[in-house]
Design a protein around this ligand. Structure first.
Ligand SMILES: CC(C)(COP(=O)(O)OP(=O)(O)OC[C@H]1O[C@@H](n2cnc3c(N)ncnc32)[C@H](O)[C@@H]1OP(=O)(O)O)[C@@H](O)C(=O)NCCC(=O)NCCS
Length: 204
């Protein structure tokens, strides 16, 4: 039988992490049509409501049911506004290791939401799911993402040279692919003892 993550909802001091719903389609499409997300991730450009619909109704549920990972929407606790998306992926149920990708909406950046939500998933993964390693992979030039990796207490373990394609604006306003180095960050259960930030309040 394939191992899968449960359909979880995780609360932190300021955020709620929960499965996406069809009602999130417009907010997700808005959030993903953003320069930094286009540059540093491989999402479609432009990101249409159709892309959001496919992601929420097909791809995200498949990630969980196939055992590959889990996709979580990040809401502000007080406003219920969608402020981010997390994706546990490439999960290995033998080694109990997984990788996390994250996007925070442009209007909600700089508040520590990425660090708070990724840390909450890590704590859930290590404590509830008994995992032994969480990996973050950042483009060499993605300073904000590296700050997130550092803030949650993960260690930079090495550079995979030329391993990643990112995107850059062209003079005519389009996008072009650029090859770059990839930094691999690892977080282990014992690293969390040194981590700063807001921990989860509860998972159900
Ligand atoms: C990376 C990302 C998720 C960070 O979200 P966030 O909620 O703003 O992150 P946090 O507030 O937790 O932390 C960001 C840190 O980076 C810092 N930062 C942001 N932009 C920076 C820059 N250009 N140079 C240096 N530091 C920067 C912030 O000051 C903050 O650090 P601090 O808390 O020490 O002040 C967000 O920028 C994003 O969605 N980017 C596009 C998608 C992406 O790159 N995803 C990651 C792919 S690996």
């Amino acid at each position: 039988m394939t191992s899968t993550f449960p359909d979880v909802s995780i609360s932190t001091d300021r955020l709620v992490l929960r499965p996406f719903e069809e009602a999130d389609i417009p907010a997700l499409a808005d959030m993903m049509n953003d320069e930094l997300t286009a540059a540093w991730t491989s999402v479609p450009i432009p990101y249409t409501p159709g892309d959001a619909h496919r992601w929420i109704t097909r791809s995200a549920p498949m990630e969980r049911t196939s055992g590959r990972g889990i996709v979580l929407a990040v809401d502000e606790l007080l406003t219920h506004r969608l402020v981010g998306s997390l994706h546990l992926k490439n999960t290995n149920w033998h080694t109990l290791t997984s990788e996390i990708g994250y996007v925070i909406a442009p209007w909600a950046r700089g508040e520590g939401y990425a660090a708070e939500s990724v840390l909450a998933v890590a704590q859930w993964l290590f404590r509830d799911q008994k995992f032994e390693r969480l990996e973050l992979r950042t483009a060499a030039g993605n300073t904000a993402s590296q700050q997130v990796a550092q803030k949650i207490g993960s260690l930079s373990e090495g550079v995979l040279r030329n391993a990643l394609i990112v995107r850059s604006r062209t003079e005519d306003g389009g996008w072009t692919d650029i090859r770059t180095d990839l930094i691999v960050w690892g977080l282990l259960p014992e690293d969390l003892e040194d981590a700063h930030g807001h921990g989860p309040v509860g998972a159900r």
